[in-house]
Design a binder for this molecule. Sequence first.
Ligand SMILES: N[C@@H](CCC(=O)N[C@@H](CS)C(=O)NCC(=O)O)C(=O)O
Length: 205
Amino acid sequence: MAPTYKLTYFDVKALAEPIRLLFHYKNVPFEDVRVAREDWPNLKPQMPWNVMPVLEEDGKQLSQSLTIFRYLGNKFNMAGSDEFQTAKCNEYIDAMVDVRTEVTKLFREEDETKKAELKKNLKETVLPKAWKKFDDILKDNGTGVLVGKDVTYADIYIGFMTEWLSAFLEFTEIQNYTNLLAHQKKILGLPGIKEWIEKRPVTQF
Ligand SMILES: N[C@@H](CCC(=O)N[C@@H](CS)C(=O)NCC(=O)O)C(=O)O
């Protein structure tokens, strides 16, 4: 019998959206539970590491967004055709996490002047460097995807993150990275993903 899945997170895209995209792409049913901020303190102690997202598979809890993402990516046969391809998928995901880590510094900075400096650096240095790198990887691979010939979980992650971070930082220059933009359009236009994006809840992040 197919397992039952429940994904619990806040009502935002952020760490859970790549997981939601995997489910929608693979047409695997799951309960998309969105916890209201005021309900979180009561729920927090029930979570393995007191954070979300948390996946329940047949009632068994799994925490840490990228552990969940990689677990499902493997399970759904989206991890490349050999161990090296899987490792490349993970390399690209981890490189994107480095970019995300830089962006999240914006949330923690309260000084408006320092915040503006951080944003300038992100838009003028961090994103251009990373987007150029991913653009080159796609160009060199030459198949429209990051690793091998088929869509992997790395494509889902990078496709989502390039759109999400560019929108958040109002980085319209993404238009200049033609391979990356074509990749983003391809991934966000995949069956299941496209329909989900059209109907998903509108959230701030
Ligand atoms: N490394 C964790 C980080 C999870 C995390 O920090 N989640 C935040 C939401 S984005 C959270 O649960 N915050 C509420 C809290 O810490 O009480 C992951 O990737 O899942």
